[in-house]
Design a protein around this ligand. Structure first.
Ligand code: NAD
Length: 368
């Protein structure tokens, strides 16, 4: 189909960014938008995120070839129920953006079971603490995993069609069963958020009696608790719609804590050594430090001297690129030189960075 009508319900960070991504590869598509608040509707029109907007969820739905529900998880389920009562286009393709998948997929399979509706669950695995259309970013999903969870209302063609519609997001599409998605994300995302919040809560209480706690909290503590600043409402919905898996991870972790406590009580030096050593090996094998959470960023490595303004000079040259991360690799230092590693979202910026730095400085830039 050359021209399609895409209906994005929820012009928040995710919905607006998806809409911009769709427009990038399909400028001929019509994007209709729904949003409760006036502000995001206005921004969406001004920035060309949507061609037309409404505050009535049901009004645009019958016009759409594709409907993208980009609202909180509970509201996504409520909208699925509402859509099942409307007269929609035959074979309309409906998807969502929720961070948990099983309950959404179950609701869609149940509510759409007697209708000519195609449904695929989606979880774009990128985001930020920002919200609303004001934060829309056409590059938000570039190189990020975009998880698709098929349902009984999905065929291979449905998946391919959706990937085609979303091609402008430049994301890495992966198809996985909804329940398995929720299990995996409980381990690597949902449970770590519980731990981060608990650590903050514990430290806050402790600081009331031990005032230096706040002053001494530095690098390691900061790394462990960064995600405790996430949006509380979103995390409440995530935990409550992935209850079993998260509770399972919590129970498992309690046993691990008990086992460390036993080792400490028993003065088990070897046991403690093994515990830390094993964790270190596993982390190194996962190569988490290389990825910054995402696979395959495009890295350059620059041999830089310890001189004033070196990093500022380089950053100035890289203005406007898709730079996502920057670190100094101390391990590779030999006296006066260090390796500055800079990651980009795409190969084009990686190549541009190498060229521009080598042209304007005498530093050697390597791509490994
Ligand atoms: P956001 O706050 O930027 O936008 C949420 C949108 O939902 C807004 O348009 C808001 O008006 C609308 N909304 C909220 N409650 C509503 C209600 N009761 N009725 C109607 N509309 C309502 O949030 P977001 O980050 O764009 O999140 C949207 C979805 O994407 C959520 O399901 C979230 O789980 C998922 N998600 C978020 C992230 C992230 O990091 N922000 C990442 C991946 C997936």
């Amino acid at each position: 189909m050359d021209h399609k009508v895409i209906y994005v319900a929820g012009l928040g960070l995710i919905g607006s960014s998806v809409a911009l991504g769709i427009k990038r590869d399909h400028p001929d598509y019509t994007i209709l938008g729904y949003n409760r608040s006036e502000k995001s509707r206005q921004i969406a029109l001004e920035r060309g995120i949507a061609d037309e907007v409404t505050d009535d969820f049901t009004s645009f739905a019958p016009l759409a070839d594709v409907i993208i529900l980009a609202v909180p998880i509970k509201q996504t389920i409520a909208f699925i129920e509402e859509l099942s009562r409307l007269s929609l286009k035959k074979n309309v393709l409906i998807t969502d953006a929720g961070s948990t998948k099983f309950e959404i997929v179950k609701a869609a399979e149940h509510n759409f079971r007697h209708q000519p509706i195609r449904f695929v669950g989606s979880h774009p695995m990128a985001g930020s603490h920002k919200s609303g259309a004001i934060a829309a970013d056409v590059n938000l999903f570039e190189n990020a995993y975009y998880i698709l969870t098929p349902t009984s209302l999905t065929t291979e063609e449905t998946i391919e069609e959706l990937k085609g519609d979303l091609s402008g997001l430049r994301a890495r599409f992966i198809t996985i069963d909804a329940a398995e998605h929720d299990r995996v994300t409980s381990q690597i995302s949902h449970f770590p958020h519980v731990i981060a919040a608990s650590l903050m809560e514990q430290a806050g209480e402790y600081a009331k009696e031990h005032e230096m706690t706040n002053h001494f909290a530095a690098g390691g503590f900061r790394d462990m608790t960064r995600i405790a600043e996430s949006e509380a409402g979103m995390w409440a919905s995530i935990l409550l719609t992935n209850k079993e898996s998260v509770l399972d991870r919590i129970e498992d972790f309690k046993q691990r804590l008990d086992s460390v406590a036993d080792k400490i009580k028993n003065q088990d030096v070897d046991g403690i050594w093994q515990y830390f050593s094993h964790a270190k090996t596993i982390r190194q094998e996962m190569e988490i430090h290389k990825r910054g959470g995402l696979d395959s960023f495009y890295d350059i490595f620059i041999n830089i001297p310890d001189e004033e303004d070196v990093i500022l000079t380089i950053l100035e040259l890289l203005r406007g690129t898709s730079l996502v991360n920057l670190r100094i690799n101390e391990k590779n230092r030999d006296d006066i030189h260090g390796i500055l590693q800079i990651s980009f979202k795409n190969a084009k910026d990686q190549a541009h960075a190498q060229k521009v730095i080598e042209r304007h400085t005498h530093y050697k830039v390597m791509i490994q």
